[in-house]
Design a protein around this ligand. Structure first.
Ligand SMILES: Cc1cc2nc3c(=O)[nH]c(=O)nc-3n(C[C@H](O)[C@H](O)[C@H](O)COP(=O)(O)O)c2cc1C
Length: 497
């Protein structure tokens, strides 16, 4: 099939593969400055940085991750707020009193956060069988909701809910789960060794209002979780425990005071971490409950990480080191059949591009551009597709950049699109030419003024004296065109096709 498509066009080859490799996808559209001719790239986002003195340079691999994935450095973690038991209760009362939330709403959002955090770390391909052990209070309700969402995410949940709460909210949750044919197991029905039957155990027994010592039947259930995790630590089993807000049996402020309690693999702190979370030593600490309004943040002077994008959870602390060789995805894609592939590769590209848009993927127009200069060494970088038709794929850049110099020496390039989530990549290879000056002008003036200013200050692929130099250049330009007059396109900026 690949050969058939390649023969469709002489100028360009567009190869379609229904499998791919892993990479981190970028989060935004950035103006990009390379300060040193090396792999160290710094970014300024025209979206988040409106003023030159707010210029936000990012090192793609570290600073960007801090914003996107939560708090990672030890210093950032130290500054995070932890709630006492009293504060946690007060916040709940305020949410459900003057702030107008209902318990159902908060429970739904809390349970959804737990399910999202669980699914983010423990993929269904390896961890599909879930047991939610639910206590009699709100924490148990969060567990019931989490189980329902996990079901819809493709997991196979079972529930152990030994002390059912006879209130409409809880019986409604039970009905919802029963209507999905999710099994309810009594404590006696559970297998002797929980790790035989379950990959994930959601510990939703006790929450932040717990005090004292656990009573039957929960004391025995907690002990079973402890033995399950002891097996795990001997390397025999790999069942993981996810605790909802508080590891059950722990003192809400002091942690596992008696010793020998649960040490969950994941803790999902709701609203904000409670004091006991400082003692959590497991690899995955997340925060969920994305509903805390500024009124509460201000009143309790909370310092909490930002949730990335539209996510319902955010990681606290560094993700654990992973063995790169152990990373693997189970690609589940519909078959790609020759008879279903468009005869024209551009039509196929458009079809897949539309699929990527429909799937809500971020920056589906981001593509890796590879060029080879005089020295014969290839180099790749990301650029953004700004136009496509049967004459080719268009992107814009600085004509004095490394890529542009390489293209003037050797006007051939390869493009690579990768659409994570769809498990698709498109490879494009062909001859490259500059687009007409009129076309570049047209595109340049279609962009917001701020973006145009960045093009003017960007000295791509060259060494600049530093951040301040760029800030000042930007400021000068902003002042020069503050009357709204048209910013001229720099001569050194334009498109390639
Ligand atoms: C997602 C993403 C999109 C980018 N889009 C462009 C672009 O459209 N044009 C561009 O010149 N640089 C873009 N950049 C920056 C380039 O990757 C590169 O760092 C810069 O153009 C200098 O490359 P060079 O020195 O190899 O010429 C983008 C970077 C990222 C991460």
């Amino acid at each position: 099939m690949r050969r058939a498509l390649v023969s469709k066009t002489k100028a360009m080859s567009c190869r379609l593969l229904n499998q791919t490799s892993l990479f981190h996808k970028p989060t935004n559209s950035y103006h990009h400055f390379l300060l040193k001719p090396s792999s160290f790239s710094l970014f300024a986002s025209p979206i988040t940085n409106t003023l030159p003195n707010q210029l936000g340079f990012r090192h793609w691999n570290s600073a960007a991750q801090f914003r996107c994935l939560g708090m990672s450095s030890a210093k950032e973690m130290e500054s995070i707020s932890y709630l006492s038991q009293r504060e946690a209760a007060e916040i709940d009362e305020t949410l459900m009193g003057p702030l107008g939330f209902s318990v159902d709403q908060l429970m739904e959002l809390a349970g959804l956060s737990v399910a999202c955090a669980t699914a983010e770390v423990f993929k269904t391909s390896e961890y599909s069988r879930v047991l939610a052990i639910c206590g009699p209070g709100n924490n148990g309700g969060d567990g019931l909701v989490a189980a329902r969402h996990l079901y819809h995410f493709g997991y196979k949940p079972s529930i152990c809910y030994p002390k059912r709460t006879p209130k409409p909210l809880y019986s409604g949750l039970v009905t919802q789960l029963e209507s999905l044919s999710i099994p309810f197991l009594s404590a006696e029905d559970l297998p002797l060794d929980l790790s035989d039957d379950f990959d994930i155990i959601i510990d939703a027994i006790f929450g932040f209002s717990f005090h004292g010592t656990p009573r039957a039947p929960f004391d025995a259930l907690i002990q079973r979780l402890v033995s399950c995790q002891n097996l795990h630590h001997t390397g025999l089993k790999s069942t993981v425990i996810v605790s909802v807000d508080i590891p059950s049996g722990w003192h809400v402020e002091e942690g596992d005071v008696a010793g020998g309690g649960i040490n969950p693999d994941m803790l999902v702190s709701l609203t904000a971490p409670k004091l006991c979370a400082k003692k959590f030593g497991g690899p995955h600490h997340f925060m969920g409950g994305r509903f805390v309004p500024p009124a509460i943040i201000d009143k309790y002077k909370l310092h909490l990480p930002q949730y990335p994008g539209t996510s319902m959870c955010v990681r606290l602390g560094r993700p654990p080191q992973v063995d790169i060789s152990s990373l693997r995805e189970n690609y589940v894609s519909p078959a790609l059949l020759e008879e279903e592939v468009e005869a024209d590769p551009f039509d196929q590209f458009r079809k897949w591009f539309n699929d990527a848009i429909a799937a809500g993927l971020k920056e589906p127009n981001a593509m890796a551009l590879s060029t080879v200069g005089k020295d014969g060494n290839p180099s790749s970088r990301m650029v953004l597709l700004k136009g496509v038709d049967t004459t080719g794929f268009v992107w814009y850049t600085n004509y004095e950049s490394q890529k542009a110099c390489q293209l003037s020496a050797n006007p051939h390039a390869a493009l690579l699109f990768y659409w994570d989530g769809l498990n698709r990549q498109v490879r494009v290879e062909g001859a490259v030419e500059k687009v007409s000056d009129e076309e570049s002008e047209l595109y340049f003036h279609s962009r917001p003024q701020r973006e145009s200013n960045w093009s003017n200050v960007s000295e791509q692929s060259s060494i600049v004296p530093g951040r301040q130099y760029l800030q000042e250049k930007y400021k000068e330009l902003e002042a020069k065109y503050s009357d709204g007059s048209l910013i001229p396109k720099p001569k050194y900026w334009g498109g390639f096709r």
